[in-house]
Ligand binder design. Structure first.
Ligand SMILES: [Zn+2]
Ligand SMILES: [Zn+2]
Length: 266
């Protein structure tokens, strides 16, 4: 049984993950143009034709920009809740095979079990995901991936769900000072980003990571960095204590414009 995962790209300007199991290949968000996603897949030996489904967290363009392009290739199976699907539908010319789920429920797709839970963010009905596979016998251990991008803070229900995943992809969107001192952003936008339904700052991400003893994480990817108000260096500085080995998790900061290597679940 093989399951592997990679981030094709993640930042405020586009997000897309690729999860492969023995029985499916799925994209998590599709926030680059269809052509760009096609190139990214080819660069890692995959192709759009090999993708079975796309899972959407919410309707913001850095998560759905690829749908018009991807749907041109063929009728695509897209999992989303009703409000997200309705918000995206108007932007599409081609047929989508919508698979509507209810926020707050678990459902199955091939050999994956998906937990879609609400997150606080300024979209119609934004969700985070936990994808699980296996666990039915000794030779097929339970493995899981958490995908939590775009949220203003971490409610207890979200913390509870992502504490026990093997691989966690979590937002470290901005540095508070860089955001407040940014001269080109209006005050209202700064309020929106730093608000309870905006984006997670580096300090909030660190507080959670460092205050969660007993977490199962084998890998934590810090992602969705803002190009203007954050940098890999800034995140590294915030997480110095974790990176210096006080915590056993393997932290990886995902640079805007970069992909991650495949992570093979043991
Ligand atoms: Zn968003
Ligand atoms: Zn986003």
């Amino acid at each position: 049984m093989a399951i592997r995962f990679k981030i094709l790209g993640s930042s405020s300007s586009g997000n897309c993950g690729l999860l492969q199991t023995d029985h499916c290949r799925v994209l998590i968000d599709a926030g680059f143009s269809g052509r760009r996603i096609g190139e990214m897949l080819e660069a890692c030996g995959e192709s759009i034709d090999g993708i079975d489904a796309v899972f959407l967290t919410h309707e913001h363009s850095d998560h759905v920009a690829g749908l018009p392009g991807l749907s041109r290739y063929r009728k695509l199976k897209v999992f989303a809740n009703r409000f997200t699907a309705e918000a995206v539908r108007g932007r599409l010319k081609n047929a989508i095979d919508w698979q509507i789920f209810e926020t707050g429920t678990r459902f199955a797709y091939r050999d994956l079990e998906i937990d879609a839970f609400p997150v606080p963010h300024d979209a119609h009905d934004p969700v985070g995901f936990v994808f699980s596979n296996g666990g039915d016998d000794l030779f097929n251990p339970h493995r899981s991936l958490g995908w939590v991008l775009d949220l203003g803070y971490l409610p207890e229900g979200v913390k509870e769900r992502i504490r026990q995943v093997d691989v966690l992809v979590m937002e470290a969107n901005h540095d508070r000072n860089l955001l407040q001192n940014h001269t080109k952003r209006p005050w209202s936008l700064k309020q929106r980003i730093s608000g309870r339904h905006g984006h997670l700052c580096n300090d909030s991400a660190r507080e959670f990571i460092e205050s969660t003893p007993g977490a199962r994480w084998k890998r934590v990817c810090l992602a969705h960095l803002s190009r203007d108000c954050n940098s890999v260096d800034e995140v590294n500085r915030t997480f110095t204590r974790s990176l210096e080995g006080a915590f056993p998790h393997q932290l990886a900061v995902v640079a805007p414009g970069a992909e991650t290597p495949f992570y093979d679940f043991p």
